[in-house]
Design a protein around this ligand. Structure first.
Ligand code: F6P
Length: 551
């Protein structure tokens, strides 16, 4: 059964939200707190290892009621049901979307097109665990009989960003006897600089590619293979190359032993695949138990999303708040600000997840939408980002809603550092909301002994308007479990938004054109130009390249 086609702007609730926006757009959050001292308690969701405080947003309970009414009017609950029933909701690719099955316990039933897929998921997990155990207990040896000390994941996009992000986030959980590396960019610097540090006798490569045709991954995989074969022979490849793919013939053609292929399925989108065999590098880095714990956190969030009424549903709330800013306040971007150095790659991971999913201008009816979809997502770890782009968050002209992600307990023992980090995260949200008014600025400048003339001149530059919204996502501690919860929460947030925007979130045709043109253009860099194929600017760039290249 197809997803409904409902233009959200035609819902009466959308019109009501527009009217409501007019009455609320100038309200200051500080006044909303004065009106309702219980606001923080009311506007928060406490869930297991995670707490979402969304009280510092420019909305009231009326706003939330209207947003939830809108979601109901657009049949969100039925949409969530279709997602979890494994219906073919990725209609343009005629596929189900069932990444939730990747982290379901073995005794659970999750179906794709009527078939339970959980058992086959666990068979692959068993294979991953057996492989990891052989590395752990040193029975998997390299071709000269040495232990494997380095594992290199070669992949890009969803076959890289999730594993990179999780492996970094769980750094304290890494096994000390092994290093995991990630190579993604087709820029030869990436693979050559990585290989320069490695020994082919003790290095194992995981070639992670759903399609096994992605040009970057294949180019890097072939370079890795050539590097390895400088001393080893073809028959040694089985001990040093494994693959994660849905394309078994492609893997075999590359020369990898089919016994060393970790399978996944077309109902797993690349950007939703880190819980699948694509996460093999994560399991290798942190061990099977921690990988399972991440699955448990993801599953807990999946069940919360499926079973909790919209009013208390954490991913739904994140999504609705986002729609409020994007479609009513006209916000263009959203910042993701993890206050944890080990979550530094979370923004880039979520960029792909959100922007490749919801960066679409055509509705499920196949016509152009007349409202904004897909926000521009960006960010960086605090406190570093405070010293780079926070100026614009505090005093820039745009309204940029931000998610602060803050683990309450650190992964290390330098507690005085952590107290400072926490103080900064909480204080930034306070500053963004409260700001500093003109009177306070004038009083402070006068107290510093400035002349009246200097006070008048400087005051405008020192005012903070405040009223800038933030969500605070607290984790009791950054663990495999809480990280799993966090990832699944954002995945479902993305689903809800795409669903309500009436777009298809699970294809990515927008990445194809550039790929195809690069493939066509590459031979012209070394062979005859074909100006008839291109525009004048493109032709000029090709000629400039040929004129100046020295290799
Ligand atoms: O960039 C497009 C894309 O298809 C992503 O959706 C995907 O995550 C990435 O390329 C890698 O694809 P594959 O795993 O097939 O190599």
């Amino acid at each position: 059964m197809a997803l409904p086609r409902k233009n959200p702007t035609e819902s009466p609730k959308w019109q009501e939200l527009q009217t409501h926006y007019q009455s609320l757009k100038n309200a200051h959050m500080l006044d909303l707190f004065k009106e309702d001292p219980q606001r923080t308690e009311k506007l928060s969701i406490d869930l297991d290892e995670m707490l979402l405080d969304f009280s510092k947003n420019r909305l009231t309970q009326d706003t939330l009621n209207l947003l939830i009414d809108l979601a109901r009017d657009l049949d969100l609950e039925a949409g969530i049901d279709k997602l979890f029933k494994g219906e073919l909701i990725n209609e343009t690719e005629h596929r189900a979307v069932m990444h939730m099955a990747l982290r379901a316990p073995r005794n659970k039933t999750m179906t794709v097109d009527g078939e339970n897929v959980v058992e086959e998921v666990h068979q692959v997990l068993d294979k991953m665990k057996a492989f990891t155990a052989r590395l752990d207990n040193k029975t998997w040896k390299g071709y000269t009989g040495k232990d494997i000390t380095d594992v290199v994941n070669i992949g890009i996009g969803g076959s890289d960003l999730g594993p990179v992000m999780v492996a970094e986030a769980l750094t304290p959980y890494h096994r000390p006897d092994r290093q995991v590396h990630f190579v993604s960019n087709v820029d030869g610097a990436h693979i050559s600089q990585t290989l320069a540090k490695l020994d082919p006798e003790t290095t194992l490569f995981i070639i992670a590619s759903k399609t096994f045709t992605t040009i970057e991954t294949m180019t890097n995989a072939h370079s890795a293979r050539s590097w390895f074969l400088q001393n080893a022979t073809e028959s040694d490849i089985a001990k040093h190359f494994v693959a994660v793919s849905t394309n078994l013939p492609g893997v075999v053609e590359f020369g990898i032993d089919p016994a060393n292929v970790f399978e996944f399925w077309d109902w797993v989108g690349g950007r939703y695949s880190l819980a699948s065999a694509v996460g093999l590098s994560i399991m290798v880095a942190v061990g099977a138990e921690n990988f399972t714990s991440m699955h448990e956190g993801m599953h807990a969030m999946d069940m919360h999303f499926l079973e909790t009424p919209l009013e208390k549903n954490l991913p739904v709330m994140l999504a609705l708040i986002g729609i409020w800013y994007t479609n009513f306040f006209g916000s263009e971007t959203e910042a993701i600000l993890p206050y944890d150095q080990n979550l530094q790659f979370l923004p880039s991971y979520l960029q792909q997840a959100a922007m490749e999913s919801n960066g679409k201008m055509v509705s499920r009816d196949g016509v152009n939408v007349e409202y904004n979809t897909g926000t521009i997502l960006w960010g960086g770890a605090g406190t570093n980002s405070q010293h780079s782009f926070f100026q614009l968050l505090h005093q820039g002209t745009r309204l940029i809603p931000a998610d602060f992600i803050l683990p309450i307990n650190p992964q290390h023992k330098l507690f005085h550092h952590h107290d400072l980090l926490v103080a900064n995260a909480i204080a930034q949200c306070e500053a963004l909301m409260c700001g500093k008014d003109e009177q306070t600025v004038r009083t402070e400048l006068a107290a510093s002994g400035l002349s009246q003339d200097a006070i008048d001149r400087l005051t405008p530059f020192k005012i903070f308007n405040g009223n800038r919204p933030t969500n605070m996502i607290l984790l009791k501690k950054l663990t495999p479990y809480s990280l799993g919860m966090l990832i699944a929460a954002y995945e479902h947030k993305i689903f809800v938004r795409g669903y309500l925007w009436n777009i298809f979130s699970f294809d990515q045709f927008g990445v194809e054109l550039g790929k195809a043109l690069a493939k066509a253009l590459e031979p012209e860099l070394t062979g005859p130009s074909k100006p008839e194929l291109h525009d004048p600017s493109t032709n000029r760039l090709v000629e400039l390249f040929k004129e100046y290249k020295t290799y």
